[in-house]
Every structure is written in structure tokens, then in C-alpha cells.
Design a protein around this ligand. Structure first.
Ligand SMILES: [Zn+2]
Length: 125
């Protein structure tokens, strides 16, 4: 992990790891889960966070269809974002348009149609 606390370097490394099939989340010594690039536990403020393998699949909790996107996603709209429960952490990512609550998904890295930026994406498992 990067020691850089500014910018997106922690996030980019996280995307690299997901892309390589090594998705992880951050766990503090009290067992709270959080996601990069966070370096402080949001529950208890601990800064000693361990990279811990992310469960292979999560279940869709909720989803939203985005019709009007921010400029950086203008060409992607309409698209669907969803929140999936992976157990220790909840992850927000772009989901298949016909996604349903309760579906099992895995986390991958996709690409924005607008600017080619990498983004988090759920795939049906
Ligand atoms: Zn904690």
C-alpha cells in the first residue's frame, strides 16, 4: 500500500488489486471493515488497518438508476449503481442494468464510457 495520504494513489492500487483478482478490504484490530483509500477506521478511528481478502461475492442490497450523471460520467448515463453487502464491508459500484436486490455479484474493474477512467463494477457471479 502507498504511504501517500493525498490524492488517489491508494485507490488506484486498490483497483489494480481487484483487476488482478486480489480484492481486499481494510480491517482494524476491532474487526471493523472499510475500503481504500481510507487509512483510518470510520468506526473507532484506529489507523492500523490490515489488508484483508475481500469475500469473493456480495449480495445486492439496493440499487439506483442514474439518468443524469456528473460530467465525468455523461456518456455512461443512464447507468445503474448498486450497493452490495460483502459481509465486513459494503461496496458501491456500477451494476448490470437489470440487477436485482439479493443477487450475488463479484467485484471487478470496468471502464467509464465517458473518459476511459477505471471504475468499480459488479458482475453477476
Ligand atoms: Zn475500528
Amino acid at each position: 500500500m502507498s504511504e501517500n495520504e493525498h490524492g488517489n494513489s491508494g485507490y488506484d492500487e486498490w483497483l489494480d488489486a481487484i483487476d488482478e483478482g486480489d480484492a481486499y478490504y481494510l480491517e482494524c484490530s476491532n474487526g471493523h471493515g472499510s475500503l481504500p483509500p481510507r487509512r483510518i477506521c470510520p468506526e473507532c478511528g484506529e489507523t492500523n488497518l490490515e489488508d484483508t481478502p475481500l469475500p469473493e461475492t456480495g449480495d445486492i442490497d439496493t440499487y439506483t438508476v442514474i439518468h443524469v450523471a456528473t460530467p465525468s460520467f455523461a456518456d455512461d448515463a443512464p447507468y445503474t449503481t448498486a450497493i452490495a453487502d460483502f459481509g465486513p464491508v459494503r461496496v458501491t459500484a456500477v451494476a448490470p442494468d437489470d440487477v436485482e436486490v439479493g443477487e450475488s455479484v463479484s467485484l471487478t474493474v470496468g471502464e467509464s464510457k465517458t473518459n476511459g477512467d477505471r471504475l468499480l463494477q459488479f458482475e453477476r457471479f
